[in-house]
Ligand binder design. Structure first.
Ligand code: 9MR
Length: 367
């Protein structure tokens, strides 16, 4: 360590040991660890965020957030105890050519997490979307495809073995009506549904410590889709397949009612012996013509966030709650839903919305 850096470190250590009570109220919003979500969280409960980069960000008029935006990185480090690569571990990024992997940004995220004492949720290994062209358009035999998936899982999961807390092994494999995506999902289409069990087995071999999840949206409630997961996971576990978790993404909208049975739904998965998690929480809304949410919308949004968190906190096996980005500046929502937005807990300048405060006080109430 350079001398100047050492002096800074000592200085920081000394200043941090001084009681902060008298100056706390004057601190800027992102200063002081005792003002943050991760500080407020009960022991062993992980509060996470997606790490912005790749995907829709590449079409936007700003540089890659994770690698370029320093204030963004500061908030990410200060507020969260878990991080999920938003796109950077998806096939099209991490495996852009058949015989080439690109681990650069994924490695950087895992390193960042370690430096900031954060766990990582890996996302994702078997999905119908964001696959590279060489894979989707390739003319592979079934045996070749199987070998490709196996090699990918062994390589990616193996590389981060011991450093990923939870892997979304299979993502969004059912439609809303509870049917397997047999046409869209290349793996299921070409190899049959049994490939899903194999993916879990291979991931488990590559990292026996990682908790292996099914992850999906519109499974907050008890409905056809979550029923399909319930039945599938029950069968897989009976057959000894290493499935450890079920997660609901939690992409909600104020245009729809709150899924009141979220807690009950998570509990039924918990009683299968599974870990549960909320993995991609955000609450979008149709914006007024001004583009600025009304006070009433912000209150209702805070209420939705708070109720999702409370449902998770009330389930013994739900120890991980991740929001899909923490600032509107980088949210996927306005890009995908015209006229909607303001879905995250912070404004573009990282100041905090009522939803942020609702999360923090709910966490603090459970310490
Ligand atoms: O937030 C991601 C965005 O940057 C990508 O463009 C998009 C492409 O599908 O994927 C978004 O993340 C999705 C996640 O991987 C799976 N669940 C739904 C998320 C929002 O679309």
């Amino acid at each position: 360590m350079k001398p100047a850096r050492l002096i800074m470190t000592l200085f920081t250590a000394v200043t941090l040991s001084v009681p902060l009570a008298s100056t706390a109220s004057a601190a800027p919003e992102t200063d002081g660890h005792h003002h943050t979500l991760r500080w407020a969280a009960p022991k062993g409960f992980h509060i996470g965020s997606a790490v912005a980069g790749g995907g829709h960000h590449e079409e936007q008029p700003y540089p890659d957030p994770f690698t370029s935006d320093r204030p963004y990185r500061r908030v990410l480090a200060a507020e969260f105890s878990s991080v999920s690569p938003e796109n950077q571990m998806k096939w099209e990024y991490i495996h852009p050519e058949r015989n080439r992997y690109n681990f650069g940004t994924a490695d950087a995220i895992v390193r960042f997490a370690k430096q900031n004492r954060q766990v990582v949720r890996g996302h994702t290994l078997l999905w119908h979307s964001q696959n590279p062209e060489w894979l989707e358009q390739g003319k592979f035999t079934a045996d070749e495809l199987r070998a490709i998936l196996r090699e990918h899982i062994k390589t990616v999961v193996g590389r981060y073995a011991g450093r990923i807390q939870q892997w979304d092994v299979a993502n969004e494999i059912f439609t809303d009506s509870g049917a397997l995506r047999t046409t869209e999902n290349i793996w299921i289409r070409e190899l049959g549904p049994g490939i899903v069990a194999d993916a879990f087995r291979w991931a488990h071999q590559a990292d026996p410590k990682a908790k292996l999840f099914f992850n999906d949206y519109n499974v907050e409630s008890v409905n056809a889709k979550s029923d399909a997961y319930y039945a599938l996971i029950k069968d897989l576990r009976a057959a000894g397949v290493p499935v450890h978790g079920f997660s609901a993404q939690g992409h909600l909208s104020l245009d729809y009612g709150f899924p009141d049975d979220l807690e009950r739904n998570l509990k039924r998965f918990a009683s299968l012996g599974l870990e549960t998690a909320m993995t991609e929480v955000d609450v979008r809304m149709t914006l007024p013509a001004s583009g600025v949410p009304t006070e009433a919308q912000l209150r209702q949004q805070a209420d939705y966030y708070q109720r999702m968190l409370t449902a998770c906190l009330n389930v013994r096996t739900c120890r991980s709650f991740t929001i899909w980005g923490f600032t509107d500046k980088y949210s996927w929502v306005p890009v995908f839903f015209q006229g909607q937005g303001a879905a995250t807990v912070m404004w573009n300048d990282y100041t905090r919305k009522p939803a942020y405060h609702a999360l923090r006080s709910t966490l603090a109430g459970r310490r």
